[in-house]
Ligand binder design. Structure first.
Ligand SMILES: Nc1nc2c(c(=O)[nH]1)N[C@H]1C(S)=C(S)[C@@H](COP(=O)(O)O)O[C@H]1N2
Ligand SMILES: [Mo]
Length: 202
């Protein structure tokens, strides 16, 4: 029964194998924010990385732009069931950010990501490493719009999009997992769209 249902959804979305189970193809770019769009000027933007031992380092907008930038073409998947294919971004690999701030990652297993406005989300440190996560500052060739997280957001496209914190302000390294905003409200601690990990227990 499960297989029949998924097959049907697959045909409805054009049968594109890049659309995960239960998702549909979206051509617009919906805005999903749990609160108002905070006004964060580039010159005020900072990213604070805090280690398990309390050590910390801060990156300014200028610091971020001294790091190598990458162009990323990727699909994104929101837990509210839209997926968008072939989106293009420009950003800095989180791996390069961690190396630049020089905060030790030993003993860290997870990260609580912080954003201006108070939003948080958690994920394993490993998912921010290995060229799979970026601090994104451009979308489709233009500065990232404020409602989509400008001046800078996290981009972790292999997980549901709620993990990609807009207006990112901090990466807090943790020795134990700790739930973020949606995770405290019953959303999955990991959120793999290919395994439909929408809610706790999925
Ligand atoms: N700071 C912050 N980041 C956030 C959110 C939010 O409410 N606040 N919403 C999340 C959710 S649920 C999704 S689907 C995406 C939406 O990004 P978009 O508005 O650019 O489509 O941002 C994620 N990052
Ligand atoms: Mo979402």
């Amino acid at each position: 029964m499960d297989i029949v249902t998924r097959g049907f959804v697959g045909r409805r979305s054009g049968g594109d194998p890049r659309i995960p189970p239960g998702q549909y193809l979206e051509r617009d770019f919906p805005v999903l924010s749990a609160g108002p769009t905070p006004v964060v000027r580039r010159e005020d933007w900072t990213l604070r990385v805090e280690g398990v031992d309390g050590s910390s380092g801060i990156l300014s907008w200028a610091d971020l732009h001294r790091l190598p930038v990458e162009d990323v073409r990727t699909d994104i998947h929101c837990v509210t069931k839209w997926s968008k294919l072939d989106t293009s971004w420009r950003g800095v690999d989180v791996e390069a950010v961690l190396a630049a701030v020089g905060v030790g990652t030993q003993n860290a297993t997870h990260v609580l990501v912080h954003a201006h406005g108070g939003y948080t989300t958690n994920l394993p440190l490993a998912d921010l490493r290995g060229g799979r996560a970026w601090i994104a500052t451009e979308y489709e060739g233009a500065s990232l719009a404020p409602e989509h997280g400008g001046p800078a957001r996290l981009l972790v496209p292999h997980l549901y999009f709620w993990k990609s914190a807009k207006w990112v302000s901090g990466l807090q390294l943790l020795a134990h997992d700790r739930p973020g905003f949606w995770e405290q409200l019953g959303y999955h601690e990991y959120g793999d769209p290919w395994r439909e990990q929408r809610y706790v227990g999925d």
